[in-house]
Each structure stands twice: as structure tokens, then as C-alpha cells.
Write a protein that binds this ligand. Structure first.
Ligand SMILES: [Ca+2]
Length: 244
């Protein structure tokens, strides 16, 4: 009886133990499943995260490449800017140099104009200083006899009355003797040129420079006839001008 009870008790204990063990096993198994599910989810999340990370790395590389290009472009721009600044400096230097030269040229121009004005003033002064003196009658003849213009050949159309008068006039003035050019107009429309001196003792004297002859000049007289010349045409004087 005792053994039976003991057996029953033992069986009861064993049964309880087994029952408990089955229960515990079931519970553990459930937890394992849950854990496995969580692990799978975590693995999935990890995979997504890896994918995102890879994307991010790719984008980062692209961004780095763009950054590098931008840096190169920036460097090029800096170089060009440097060149442009250098050119600006060079142009500024050239501008300063040209401005200085312009100022120098302007100064030189002012100096030249000043010298020019001084020279013009000097020429004017010398011209005014060059005074011609009226000769005496004797001085006039001394000059005419020394002067050889009357020995020059008469060349029609090239060396005529005007050239004789011009040379005697210039030679007289060269010696400081006041001498006038006289233009005579005849009635037939032709003209003639001689010279004149305002002598200090005998007044105005007309001279025919082609032959060093004292002649008479007056409106209305026949120049050739009165002075004993042979000139073809009507030589009655209608007008004459004395040019000092
Ligand atoms: Ca002469």
C-alpha cells in the first residue's frame, strides 16, 4: 500500500514535472520564434541601411567629383583674374607713361610757340630797325655808277624793265639807300618800270635802270619822246605809282 502510494506520488510528481517541462519548452520555443522574427527584421533593416549607405557613398563620390571640377574651374578663374589684373596694371603703367609723354609734348609745344613768338618779334624788330636813308644826289650817282645792273642783257620776256628795276632797288637797299619802284602806265595800255630816289638835296629823281639815265616822269608827257628813247607805241603817261 505504501509502495503504491509512493508510486502514485512518484508518478504524480513525474507527471507534474513533465507537464511543466512541456509548458516551459513551448514557451521557450515561442520566444525563439519571436527572436528569430526580430532577427530577420533586423537583418532586413540592416540590408536597407547598407543600401542607403551605398547610395550615400555614391552620391558623396559624385559630389566630390563635382567639387574637384569646381575647384579646377575656380583655379582657372583665379588664373584669368590674375592675368587680367596684370594686364590692367600694365595698361595703367602705359597710360601713366603716355600721359607723361603727352605732358612733355605739350610743354615742348608751349616752348616752341614761345620761341616762335620771340623769333617773330625779333624779325619784326629787325625789320623796323632796318632803316633806309635817302641819299644825296651825288651819293645816288655814286651808287648807280658802282652798280652793274645796267650792264645786264635785256632778254624779252625774261629780263626786262621790271627785273632791271627790281635788281637796282634791291642793291640800293642792300647798301642802306632808300629806293622806290616806279610803275608807269602808257596810253596804249602798255606799262613800264623804273626806279626813283628821294635825294636830300635835289628831291625826287627818276632813274631809268637799263641805262642809268635820269628821266622825267609826269602824267600827260610822252615818256619816250621827252626822254629821248625809241619805244614802239603810244608812250604818253596816263598814270604812275611810286612804291617805296
Ligand atoms: Ca650802274
Amino acid at each position: 500500500m505504501k509502495i503504491t502510494r509512493l508510486l502514485i506520488l512518484l508518478i504524480a510528481i513525474l507527471g507534474l514535472t513533465l507537464g511543466f517541462s512541456f509548458y516551459a519548452y513551448g514557451e521557450v520555443k515561442g520566444e525563439l520564434k519571436t527572436t528569430q522574427a526580430q532577427l530577420a527584421e533586423t537583418a532586413s533593416q540592416l540590408k536597407q541601411t547598407q543600401s542607403i549607405l551605398e547610395d550615400t557613398q555614391t552620391k558623396l563620390k559624385e559630389t566630390e567629383a563635382q567639387l574637384k571640377q569646381t575647384e579646377i574651374a575656380l583655379e582657372n578663374t583665379r588664373n584669368e583674374l590674375g592675368k587680367a589684373e596684370s594686364e590692367i596694371l600694365s595698361l595703367r603703367a602705359t597710360n601713366i607713361s603716355l600721359t607723361q609723354k603727352l605732358a612733355e609734348l605739350n610743354q615742348a609745344k608751349i616752348e616752341i610757340e614761345r620761341i616762335n613768338q620771340e623769333l617773330l618779334a625779333e624779325i619784326s624788330r629787325l625789320r623796323k630797325a632796318k632803316t633806309y636813308i635817302n641819299p644825296t644826289y651825288a651819293e645816288m650817282w655814286r651808287f648807280l655808277l658802282e652798280d652793274k645792273t645796267d650792264k645786264n642783257p635785256y632778254i624779252p620776256g625774261a629780263y626786262t624793265c621790271l627785273e632791271f628795276s627790281r635788281d637796282v632797288n634791291n642793291n640800293a637797299e642792300e647798301q642802306g639807300i632808300r629806293c622806290a619802284l616806279v610803275l608807269i602806265f602808257f596810253r596804249d595800255g602798255k606799262g613800264h618800270a623804273i626806279v626813283a630816289f628821294e635825294t636830300t638835296d635835289k628831291g625826287l629823281i627818276f632813274i631809268e635802270p637799263q641805262r642809268d639815265q635820269e628821266v622825267k616822269v609826269a602824267i600827260g608827257i610822252d615818256y619816250a619822246k621827252v626822254n629821248d628813247f625809241f619805244i614802239v607805241g603810244d608812250t604818253v603817261i596816263t598814270k604812275y605809282s611810286i612804291i617805296w
